[in-house]
Structures are given as C-alpha cells and as structure tokens.
Design a protein around this ligand. Structure first.
Ligand SMILES: [Fe+2]
Length: 432
C-alpha cells in the first residue's frame, strides 16, 4: 500500500502523534470507501462492548461537556481516529460552530462555518453521513480548521446529529490511526454514537433555554420588588455584585454560581407581602412592624414552593438572615448549617445596607463598614465569606462598585459618626 507523507509545507503534524502518523492513500472522495482490512468478530464485539460502556457513562452524568467529551474519547478509541469534534448549529446565524473539539483542534475553537460550508456544513445541510478517504481532494472540504490547527486532515467520517427529523449538528472523526480509512462498519458505529450524542446535546440545549428563561423571570421579579421599595434603588444589583465578588473566591462550579446569582437577585422576594406602610416607613420599625418584616424569608419560601419554579434558590434566599453564631432567623441555623449561598448573601446584603442611605440615616463610609465586617466575623458573619469579601476589597473591587452607587447619589456624604456603631450591627441590620 502506498503511503503519502504529510505535506510539511502546510504544517507540522501534532507533536503527540507525529512519530506514528501515517496518511491514508489518496482515493476519490465520497461514500462507500473500501475497507482495507476486515475486523474479526471478536474485535467487533470488543468495539460494541466499549460503545455500551460509553452509553452507560453518557446516561450517568448530567454535565454536557463531560458527556460530549466522553462520547468523543470513546469514539476515537473504538474507531481508531486521531481526532474528533462535535459541531452544533447556530440556527439564527445559519452557521455551525465547534461545541467540543479534541486536543488537536483547540486553536480552532472559535471557527464558524456557514451551513453548507465544509464537510460538516454539508452533512448538516443534507442530513447525510459522509466517508471521505482523502479530505484534501474533496471539493466540500474547508481548509479553515486545518490552517488554524496545523493538523492535516486525510480520512474523515462525518455523521449528522439528528433529533427526530431535525439536524442539530454533526459529529466527525478524523484520520484513521492505522493509515487506512474509515469504512461502512465505522460509519454504523459512529451513527449509533451520534444518536446518543444528539439526545444529550438536545437535552442540554433545552435545559440551557429553561435556565435562561428562569433567569429572566427572576430578574423581572427582582425589579418588581425593588420598585415597591422607595429607598433601596439598585440594592438588588449591588447585592448580586458583592455576592459574586465573594463567590469568585469560594465557588468554582458554574451552576452553583448561577444559583447564587438568582438567590441574590431574589433574596428579598418575600417582601412582596410586607405592607407598604412598613416597607417604606420613614423611621425605625416598632416590634410588630419588625415582626412583619422578619417574616419575609418564610414568605419567600412559601411563594417559591407554591409556584414550583426557582426552587433551587430557596436555600440561599430563606437563610440570608441567619447568623454564624445561630442567633439569626428564621431557623437560628449555626455556622455551616446555613447554606454557603445564604452566608455569602448575608455579607453582601449587610455591607450594602451599611453603606447606602436609608430614610432615617446616612450610609457609612467604606472603611467603617469594612471594619464592621471584620468585627463581626465569626459571630454574625461566616468567616470565609468575610475573608473573601476583604480580599475583593484589597483588590479594589468593592470600592469600584461603591463608587458607582455614590455617583448615582449626588448628595451622598458618608456618615462619619462612628458613635452610631455602638448600636451594633444588629441595629444596622434591622431594616433589611
Ligand atoms: Fe432580607
């Protein structure tokens, strides 16, 4: 069999594969490329077993990136491919983009093709699989990706990702390791995998859309709450911003961060049930009014339980008035018994309450409010959340946000009266 070496003038082969790289014989492009070797029944059985194993992995995880990477890695192993990628449709733009790409294609991640452009674009447009012995000779082949990655594509197998009749992307495998080319048997296996990948990708898309909708609903609700309160303009957004500054240091998981964002946006959703005369009272609250105000975490919980939406934000919202020493409400949870989301919001919420004007008092200067957080670290506040906030303050990020508030309040002069601090943070938090 004649082997054609990679064209050195175009690119060096990827380092990891360079030593063993062989290139498939040049053959006319198209479907039905002739297999060079026949797999034994045992080898085929082994392939199927690996596929089944991969199927189990796909159905056992909800993290889409993990699902897709697992699918690709298994496909590369089972079908003996050098690289693979999953393209997804961006329907509004009439384009396809790399959803996931294996190591060799990292530098091509931002590349987009028109539907119909390149082999993957052709597959998406025609909803048909293709087998290509030498991509460089195929008129459908786009060189954009190879140019970006310095990878030379030779043999290709590309199948559409179909959900019912709709094509949502394409799955492609590149360069058969053996130096031969993909055959009909490989195509059948790839189509089986593509079916599972398509379902996983489609579920992820639906889930993403649901999350986006929930996000919009949450922010719209937060606006409604804020409109009722005459004195806390921008409070919700600042609590979100301060919470995210803290979370940057304490949380890694994207979903966890998103939940915190929503919890911070709706931490006071229960105030919808607090009468206007209490919510907008120009003066300290009496005990009955304070009781009504203190009911807002419970009210918020009931509302969300009844509507059955945004349930994931309940822990962060319900417990944002708990204290580290267990003297907070509604449940008096102590230490880490209160969810981290709630402990973060407590710091963000209090800091904003301290530094902004209220009907009957001015906001405190930044350094005084910071001192208060330090002072009540480990009694009222979660130490880790305070430390993260102090770190953000040292980085100058808190000051930037506070300056934005000051700019929106031309008359703002921070209250320099430190005597008021003798009242304690408990007093400062009464109006929350
Ligand atoms: Fe609150």
């Amino acid at each position: 069999m004649r082997l054609v070496p990679p064209r050195k003038s175009r690119r060096p082969a990827p380092a990891r594969k360079a030593a063993s790289r062989k290139v498939a014989p040049r053959k006319p492009a198209g479907r039905g490329a002739r297999p060079v070797r026949e797999l034994t029944a045992t080898a085929r059985l082994a392939q199927l077993e690996k596929l089944l194993e991969m199927s189990k992995k796909i159905s056992s995880t909800l993290k889409i990136e993990e699902v897709l990477r697992t699918g690709m890695a298994s496909a590369e192993e089972v079908l003996g491919a050098d690289a693979s990628s999953i393209w997804e449709i961006d329907a509004p733009k009439g384009e396809i983009f790399f959803r996931v790409v294996s190591e060799e294609g990292t530098s091509a991640k931002g590349i987009r093709l028109k539907i119909g452009e390149g082999v993957a674009g052709w597959v998406v447009q025609n909803k048909q699989p293709v087998l290509i012995a030498d991509a460089q000779q195929d008129p459908r082949f786009s060189r954009k990706v190879d140019s970006a990655t310095k990878f030379v594509t030779t043999s290709m197998l590309c199948v559409p990702l179909l959900v019912n009749e709709d094509c949502i992307g394409a799955f492609q495998l590149l360069n058969k390791k053996s130096g031969e080319f993909f055959d009909e048997h490989d195509l059948t296996l790839a189509q089986m995998l593509a079916g599972q990948i398509a379902v996983a990708l489609d579920n992820a898309r639906l889930y993403q859309e649901k999350r986006k909708t929930l996000h919009h609903v949450a922010l719209a609700l937060a606006d409604v709450i804020e409109m009722r309160d005459e004195y806390t303009g921008g409070h919700v957004q600042r609590v979100i911003d301060y919470s995210m500054l803290i979370a940057e240091k304490l949380m890694k998981d994207e979903e966890e961060l998103e939940t915190l964002h929503l919890s911070a946006a709706l931490h006071d959703i229960g105030k919808i049930a607090v009468p206007d005369r209490v919510l907008n009272k120009q003066g300290p609250l009496d005990s009955e009014e304070f009781r009504l105000m203190k009911a807002h975490p419970e009210t918020g919980t009931k509302m969300l339980l009844e509507t059955r939406i945004l349930m994931q934000i309940i822990p962060g919202m319900r417990h944002h008035h708990e204290r580290w020493d267990g003297k907070g409400y509604p449940e008096g949870l102590k230490g880490e018994a209160a969810p981290l989301q709630a402990r973060i919001i407590a710091v963000a919420d209090t800091f904003d309450a301290m530094t902004t004007n209220r009907p009957y008092r001015k906001g405190l200067a930044l350094e005084i409010a910071i001192e208060e957080l330090r002072k009540y670290r480990g009694t009222q506040f979660c130490p880790a959340s305070v430390d993260a906030f102090l770190k953000a303050h040292e980085e100058g990020k808190v000051r930037i946000l506070l300056k934005q508030y000051h700019a929106s309040q031309p008359q703002f002069v921070p209250d320099p009266d430190e005597n008021r601090l003798r009242e304690g943070v408990g007093e400062l938090r009464r109006d929350l």
